[in-house]
Design a binder for this molecule. Structure first.
Ligand code: HEC
Ligand code: HEC
Ligand code: HEC
Ligand code: HEC
Length: 458
């Protein structure tokens, strides 16, 4: 992933934010607000969180309402086009209409992908007409309200000079400043949620496998915001990446255990997408392949291991903040892995163990919100993770991939805080190369490269 893009902030966006939060001339605000209120009031307000107004409203509303159109419009149009041109979410609907999207839908006999609810749940703002405050184009893909929540009730108030984040949240703005909630939101699509699923059937039909790590994926998106604390002050935290990684991992572990509980509860079982893909999908290189020589630690030779990648790295930070919960989580995760890897027919046992692991992960996520993420902790994590070269690499390609994104995130955070080291950077780039062709994954080679990263650390 293009790491130097990570801290990039588009200048036009800063102007856009300034315009929204008080830097607009008073006269402009005065004429803007009533108009926005009328839009919100005109909407048939839903008793819950409000209705969706569509991404067009984010620019269109601010273009109208008596502000000097050209100057303000120019800023907003830049912002909108930034999202359209740089953020893949704007392409999410179009992807359904392209050859791969249509092929997947054809294989699954769903009719055109762009009409299939099974695809639209993650690829567009696909909400019932009763929740649409105004007509908007589903072709806009994953747009503002897919992440920020239905805007009908806050779109007016949120541009006022004295707008408070907490008040907007009460009006239905989704609280993305809270990293637990933010990760949950990303994972509804990037891991799955009830009614939103990429299972092995979809993957076998051609859908890309889903993988995620909050800090790395945020960098690639790229971010269109300045990180702020709950009170709205810019964080200016060079080590924010460590925090985002840690909380993101906890939430991802929890969401993956909840997904496993759903898979085990109903539908085809065993569900192959819960397992380490590459244990089934590697090329045959025996006799005496590295897998055979490893002796298949922890399971019967030939069983496809559960994909434990969301725990293997996370346990390092979990053990630092709450060793006793982590010890219980460790046992529970092992039990989950043992049941799934042996393709246990006892689906209730899998569901129960996975739900228990999910609860423990949730407890750790809450604790991590109050933890300190300084340079010492970041470097300690880098050292302890890279010291586990054998265990991590033998856990499989999915874990190697999570390790690569994790080490990259932690290193970039440390580099931002002054710990730049070209040798470490080069060694991490070497890790990416070793996971670029998953079917050719080789654990001993990955372990050797992890050791190289370790040696470059002070
Ligand atoms: C659980 C949410 C979810 C569902 C359901 C889902 N997708 Fe996706 N899809 C994603 C995500 C997330 C990505 C991006 C994966 C990545 O790059 O990490 C993606 C990527 C894709 C891509 C590749 C896009 C590109 O630009 O390369 C295609 C094509 C696609 N999906 C088609 C479909 C089709 C067709 C369906 C319905 C049969 C579907 N998806 C259902 C979440 C979903
Ligand atoms: C993929 C999810 C996603 C999409 C799509 C998205 N955003 Fe965001 N946005 C975020 C996250 C995460 C943050 C950072 C947390 C925060 O500040 O709320 C953010 C922050 C912001 C902020 C800064 C808020 C503040 O208080 O500093 C604004 C303004 C914003 N987004 C507007 C938009 C607009 C307009 C669109 C559509 C063109 C959009 N966003 C699309 C996820 C998204
Ligand atoms: C409503 C569903 C949804 C939500 C919520 C969502 N995404 Fe996505 N995301 C997608 C889909 C679908 C794609 C694939 C788009 C394509 O390639 O056409 C995608 C693509 C991406 C990509 C590009 C991946 C690549 O391979 O290039 C990144 C990065 C990303 N999302 C990050 C995030 C982050 C960070 C969040 C949370 C702040 C988030 N997403 C929230 C659906 C979602
Ligand atoms: C338990 C073994 C197993 C696991 C684990 C598994 N698969 Fe599969 N996969 C299969 C089988 C069997 C097929 C169907 C082969 C056929 O019909 O020819 C298949 C088919 C596929 C195909 C289509 C193959 C082709 O020829 O193009 C893809 C892609 C795929 N799987 C990806 C994955 C991914 C990604 C994962 C992990 C999320 C995964 N698989 C996990 C056994 C597995």
């Amino acid at each position: 992933m293009a790491s130097d893009l990570r801290r990039y902030l588009h200048p036009s966006f800063l102007l856009f934010v300034a315009a929204l939060f008080g830097a607009l001339p008073a006269a402009a605000q005065a004429s803007l607000s009533p108009r926005l209120h009328s839009l919100a009031n005109a909407a048939d307000i839903h008793p819950g969180d409000g209705q969706y107004v569509g991404p067009g409203s984010c620019s269109a509303v601010a273009c109208h309402g008596g502000i000097e159109p050209r100057s303000v419009t120019r800023v907003l149009q830049n912002e909108y086009s930034t999202w359209v041109t740089r953020d893949k979410h704007a392409h999410a609907y179009t992807a359904l209409t392209e050859p791969l999207g249509e092929q997947i839908a054809l294989t699954l006999r769903l009719g055109p992908a762009e009409n299939a609810p099974r695809c639209l749940v993650c690829h567009a703002l696909d909400v019932p007409t009763s929740l649409q405050a105004r007509k908007f184009d589903i072709a806009d893909g994953v747009s503002c309200e897919s992440c920020h929540g239905p805007a009908s009730r806050w779109i007016g108030p949120h541009i006022q000079t004295n707008a408070q984040h907490a008040q907007m949240v009460a009006l239905g703005l989704y609280d993305n400043r809270n990293l637990i909630l933010r990760t949950e939101r990303c994972l509804t699509c990037h891991l799955g949620a009830p009614g939103m699923s990429v299972d092995h059937e979809l993957i076998a039909a051609g859908h890309p496998d889903l993988r995620f790590e909050l800090d790395s994926f945020t960098a690639v998106e790229p971010p269109h915001w300045v990180e702020k604390n709950a009170a709205g002050q810019p964080l200016n935290d060079t080590l924010f990446g460590t925090r985002a990684w840690a909380i993101g991992q906890a939430v991802e572990l929890r969401a993956s255990m909840q997904r496993l509980a759903r898979s085990a509860h109903s539908g085809p079982w065993p569900e192959f997408s819960e397992m380490d893909c590459i244990s089934c999908h590697h090329s045959l290189t025996g006799p005496l392949s590295w897998r055979q020589r490893s002796g298949y630690p922890g399971h019967r030779a030939g069983d496809p291991p559960y994909n434990l990648s969301r725990y293997v790295l996370f346990q390092q930070i979990a053990d630092q903040v709450d060793p006793s919960t982590n010890a219980e989580l460790d046992q529970t995760a092992s039990r989950v892995a043992q049941l799934v890897t042996s393709m246990s027919a006892d689906r209730a046992a899998v569901t129960a163990a996975a739900n228990h692991a999910a609860n423990l992960a949730a407890r750790l996520a809450a604790e991590l919100q109050n933890a300190t993420f300084d340079r010492a902790r970041t470097e300690r994590l880098l050292r302890s993770i890279t010291a586990q070269a054998d265990a991590i690499s033998l856990d499989g390609e999915r874990t190697a991939e999570q390790a690569t994104m994790t080490i990259d995130s932690l290193y970039i955070a440390d580099a931002n805080a002054g710990g730049k080291n070209p040798e470490t950077r080069a060694a991490i780039d070497g890790l990416y190369k070793l996971v670029s062709n998953p079917s050719a994954y080789n654990a001993p080679q990955f372990a050797a490269q992890l050791q190289r990263v370790h040696q470059t650390l002070r």
